[in-house]
Design a protein around this ligand. Sequence first.
Ligand SMILES: [Zn+2]
Length: 264
Amino acid sequence: MEKLIRKIIPAQVLKQFRLLLQLPTLILHRGATYQCPICGYKSKNWYVIGRDSNVYQKWQVISGGERKAGCYKCHSTDKERLLYIYLQDFLKQNVTTHYQILHFAPERGIYEFLSKLSNVEYITADLYSEGFQYFAKKIKPIDILNIPFDNDFVDLIICNHVLEHIPDDRLAMNELYRVLKPGGHAILQVPISPILEKTIEDSSITGEEERTEAFGQSDHVRIYGQDYFERLKSVGFKVMKINSFENKEFFGLNPKESILLATK
Ligand SMILES: [Zn+2]
């Protein structure tokens, strides 16, 4: 049905229609307390996203669990807004004449921002795209465990909350390192516990309920502890945490979430 509607009604008209449907919500929640840096919508609150779990609470996992962090207009989350704000400055400093970005599991707001940049070749990829309707056709089904690029190929990799889904995350890290140019950067965000030294994982836990109980979400295979950084270093990355952002509350960022930047 949706396909038929899309065929009959031009995309521009559909967009207007969606905005019209959104209007009562946007009027209800508009205010001056917060602003979404991605779409510019000013609101008095955010909507609730995520799902709480005992294991997230126990290990105080950053960027996991239930929280008020959804934008009523563009539906961005705190994780996406942090990435968006960081990329603004980062790209100003780093983009050269021909700059290649490889983005796994792209978020819509970031995708729209990056795909419009000049001097940037923007490659988008997703592992789990089978049967999943993405918002953009350009997203390629690239396997993070076997990236079909030469060594030293891309300038920047963005992998926002992907590694916690992948059983062999060290192989994925190796592949990310391999395709990155020397001096290149990778933004490798994961849900992480600040109080857990050693990552919790158990490959014998495969059921959805069991994984939710053990790792906080049915499609997660671990809870990263502070040894995450050692794992990244073990494949060759240098790693730093960046958390010097202004107006965190105003832009709806999680004050505890840092950008995890790896460099080759
Ligand atoms: Zn927004």
